[in-house]
Design a protein around this ligand. Sequence first.
Ligand SMILES: C[S@@+](CC[C@H](N)C(=O)[O-])C[C@H]1O[C@@H](n2cnc3c(N)ncnc32)[C@H](O)[C@@H]1O
Length: 251
Amino acid sequence: MHALGWNYGPLSTEVYNLDKPIGHSFGDVEYYRRQLGGIEGSVLEPAVGTGRVLVPLLESGLRVEGCDTSADMLALCRAECASRDLAPVLHHADMADFLRPGAYSAVIIPAGSIVLLDGREATARALANFHQNLEPGGCLLIDVPAPDMATDAAPMRYWRRDDYVWTLQTLRVEYDRATNQRTEWLRYDKWHDGALVGSELQLFRLQLWSIAEFRQLLVDAGFTDVTVTADYGDAAPGPSSDNWTFRALRH
Ligand SMILES: C[S@@+](CC[C@H](N)C(=O)[O-])C[C@H]1O[C@@H](n2cnc3c(N)ncnc32)[C@H](O)[C@@H]1O
């Protein structure tokens, strides 16, 4: 496990849910629902987080399980599910190590969470596990954000609820040309009646990939029939696409 604030802790979990509550969609919720239509077996969502995508998929009648390394994200996911009378199987596990061979008809990773894995070795291991976890004929759907090497810090953001205010500041952004990784130093603060009640530092490191590199990783992991579409539509990626979704099969 990473040291030094790599994980989603209590404050980054609260802010994730304020900013992107359950069902909040970038177009991905509808896209994944459409792609998974008709699947009767189990679906795995590694890096499930708060259940932003998992909950609407469960409500559509799909059987979805999740795994995540953050105890805080999983606790919130369980609470959001329980409040809707849902009780999915959720595993506290690293997606690069999680193995249940042949257990799933589909594996999905929305929101670009795959790029949170640190480098080629961990990513290749995770993809090989996803391949093993699929039944023959099973399908992998995975979002990869188009690379962004900009190092400008985003303006401060804030959220208000009752007497509480949460602020999010980007302290620094680094781009490492040797590893092709971008790291944002994110500071979360929680305030009550003007007094600071909690702080959290999150080092948010994204591994950047080209389409050709990521396609090759999928092929090396044993996947076939790899296709790529952009921004939750049917078209192939172009120069200004923000998100690439790879679809690949286990034969
Ligand atoms: C951006 S959130 C996405 C959550 C959710 N999939 C969604 O679409 O809203 C990223 C999640 O990935 C989880 N995560 C990061 N590295 C992970 C790993 N190696 N294995 C499993 N989960 C991981 C984080 O704890 C966090 O909950």
